[in-house]
Design a protein around this ligand. Structure first.
Ligand code: AKB
Length: 346
């Protein structure tokens, strides 16, 4: 069933030659999500399936198979990002026009496996871009606050500034931004991206990120456990609630290309806090909650090299980006949803 609010008139560019006006359905897209069972992918795939009427294909690797609703609500296929032929075959089979490339190792894991991080992040991206060049797909590849290094301005980090990360994660993110821009300029591939902050969600836990503490802290609080924080008090980082992040990923791909002065990648922001601040916020809802610090030198080193807070003015100007959740609204929702998840009545 089509929702006619989503239909729009498409006027071909050369109207003097061909005066036909086509009606086309903006919700008709065939989408492949690479890494569909990860922290972002598991929720983004479901959200895309709720919006688009075409095939929304959940790409996964063996060992990370989709389950439950994710498996049952649409097609899924094995898609290893390091295998270009496999990506191409799935694109052909489902007539894919848009690829969400979510395959990556998060920052702390990437520091321990730098070669694999490059292989997935860059060799994999190259495969996605080549398939997209040949088969005319639009591509979303997330970047991160980790694409900045210690010599970028820490507060109000601008959209366009020095990007010299000292982590392999950051190196792959900056390289990915440049490579994606190159494919847009050189080959006209419709590549777009946002720089995600730490993402917080009650659905699928992250694995191996520097910002993961801001998810883990809610799990401990709701389950009545003392939280051991691996990040030092006073360490500010940008964070975002998953519903805002999912909306950003979809809105940037729907944005009017004639308004975009940037493509890869846009700063987006919604809240910035340190461990003490989120701890105090949770205590407003769970007063008995306790936390102690055992700083992890690897994660702390990475966090110290990242910005405190990004300036997202360009995203606001070029595609009307606007977050909906602040720390208080997120905390309320996280606690409510995790209590339901764990069957805790309060
Ligand atoms: C990580 O901590 O590695 C990620 C990120 C901020 O990109 N969550």
């Amino acid at each position: 069933m089509h929702n006619y609010e989503n239909w729009c008139i498409f006027v071909p560019r050369f109207t003097d030659i061909n005066l036909n006006i086509f009606l086309y359905d903006r919700t008709m897209k065939n989408i492949l999500i690479i890494g569909s069972t990860g922290q972002i992918g598991s929720e983004l795939t479901m959200k895309l399936r709720g919006i688009y009427t075409g095939n929304v294909v959940a790409g996964y690797i063996p060992g990370a198979e989709p389950k439950g609703e994710l498996l049952e609500s649409g097609p899924s296929e094995i898609v290893d990002i390091t295998n270009a032929a496999q990506i191409g075959a799935v694109v052909d089979k489902y007539n894919i026009d848009t690829i969400y490339n979510l395959a990556a190792l998060l920052s702390a894991v990437a520091e321990n496996k730098p070669q694999l991080a490059w292989h997935i992040g860059i060799d994999g991206l190259m495969n996605v871009l080549e398939v997209s060049r040949e088969k005319h797909c639009a591509v979303f590849t997330p970047s991160s606050i980790g694409s900045f290094g210690p010599n970028a301005p820490k507060d109000g980090t601008p959209q366009d500034t020095i990007q010299q990360p000292r982590t392999m994660y950051g190196v792959t993110k900056v390289t990915g931004e440049l490579l994606s821009n190159y494919y847009a300029l050189k080959f006209g591939v419709d590549t777009r991206s946002v720089r995600f902050p730490g993402l917080i969600s009650y659905v699928t836990p992250p694995g191996g990120g520097t910002t993961d503490y801001a998810v883990d802290i809610y799990y401990s609080a709701v389950q009545g456990k003392k939280f051991v924080c691996p990040i030092a008090a006073g360490t500010l980082m940008d964070m975002m609630y998953m519903p805002d992040a999912l909306r950003a990923a979809i809105e940037i791909m729907e944005a009017d290309p004639t308004r975009l002065e940037h493509r890869n990648s846009f700063n987006i922001a919604s809240m910035s806090f340190d461990p003490e601040c989120i701890y105090q916020k949770i205590k407003e809802y769970i007063p008995e909650f306790e936390m102690e610090y055992q700083v992890d030198p690897l994660r702390q080193g990475i966090a110290d090299s990242w910005p405190n807070k990004l300036d997202d003015t360009c995203a606001r100007m070029e595609w009307d980006w606007k977050p909906e959740y602040d720390l208080d609204a997120m905390t309320k929702d996280m606690i409510e949803k995790l209590r339901i998840k764990f069957g805790i009545n309060k």
